[in-house]
Design a protein around this ligand. Structure first.
Ligand SMILES: NC(=O)c1ccc[n+]([C@@H]2O[C@H](COP(=O)([O-])OP(=O)(O)OC[C@H]3O[C@@H](n4cnc5c(N)ncnc54)[C@H](OP(=O)(O)O)[C@@H]3O)[C@@H](O)[C@H]2O)c1
Length: 256
């Protein structure tokens, strides 16, 4: 069996996200062990049943609000104990929030930042510590960031700034691990438009929109190679290259 298809010991933070669920299904097919976290205990039970039916070796559940970061190291320790090790931490939780509301309501701005960035810092750092303490091969910490973090735009710049923070955090972690032998890998997905419940308020359709299964295939591949930044799908690398390079006097005329 090649590494690409070998089982993993996977902790998923935000396992009920559409993209996390699609990724978990692929990893279950190869007999992985899981600890899945989320806020909805019944939905986690259903997801666990589904993953077991697909071939998961084991699935443990932790019902958690990921804004509560005080338990992060304990959650990692419990995951190591439940699975007899840990080689994969997937950080998929997030919210889009409401940009217009965030401009008048500081609590909405705080919610967007807390979910997408400040809590994520704690989970990423705890995940990094847990993976560093393991000695096996192919250890990976993967986050779900966004192309929105590549350049601020009027429709979602509070969310974009939080994702930019997450991307730089992962870039720094990847830089640290690149200097060490046998270190884990840090992989940051820079996602474009994906058809999930998060984007239900946005008009969907057209060639720029991906499905959760498309992203799951990219995430699974990224567990073996690539990174630290993986544009998902790939064409967003070139779109964002163009968007970042567009002079402000042109960009300001575009309603994005
Ligand atoms: N969809 C896109 O176009 C897109 C584009 C760029 C980046 N992303 C990023 O991709 C990731 C996955 O999003 P998705 O599109 O798969 O969305 P999704 O299906 O709506 O999933 C988001 C998940 O985050 C969970 N969550 C939010 N706040 C939480 C908290 N405090 N504690 C625990 N769980 C929490 C939600 O749980 P509940 O069900 O309990 O609310 C939900 O399961 C997110 O980080 C998002 O920012 C998405």
């Amino acid at each position: 069996m090649t590494e690409t298809r070998s089982p993993r010991k996977v902790l998923i933070l935000g396992a009920l996200s559409a993209m996390a669920a699609a990724t978990a299904r692929r990893l279950a097919d190869r007999g992985s062990d899981f600890v899945i976290t989320g806020r909805n205990a019944d939905a986690l039970e259903r997801a666990a049943k589904d993953l077991k039916a697909r071939g998961a070796a084991s699935v443990a559940i932790q019902t958690l609000d990921l804004l509560e970061t005080g338990s992060a190291d304990a959650v990692m320790a419990q995951a190591v104990e439940a699975m007899g090790g840990l080689d994969t931490v997937l950080v998929f939780y997030g919210i889009l929030g409401n940009q217009a509301q965030a401009e008048t309501d500081p609590q909405e701005a705080e919610r967007i930042i807390a979910v997408n960035y400040s809590s994520a810092v704690h989970w990423v750092m705890a995940g990094a510590r847990a993976l560093e303490a393991q000695s096996g091969p192919n250890r990976v910490l993967l986050t779900a960031s966004s192309v929105a973090g590549d350049r601020g735009r009027r429709s979602n710049y509070v969310y974009g700034s939080a994702k930019a923070g997450l991307s730089v955090l992962m870039q720094g972690l990847a830089h640290k691990w690149a200097a060490q032998e046998n270190a884990p890998r840090a992989v940051n997905l820079k996602l474009g438009f994906v058809d999930t419940p998060m984007t239900d308020g946005i008009e969907k359709g057209g060639p720029l929109w991906a499905k959760p299964d498309d992203i799951a295939a990219i995430a699974e591949r990224a567990l073996t190679k690539g990174g630290p930044n993986v544009y998902a799908p790939w064409f967003w690398r070139f779109i964002m290259l163009a968007i970042r390079g567009t002079p402000a006097f042109v960009f300001n005329k575009v309603n994005l």
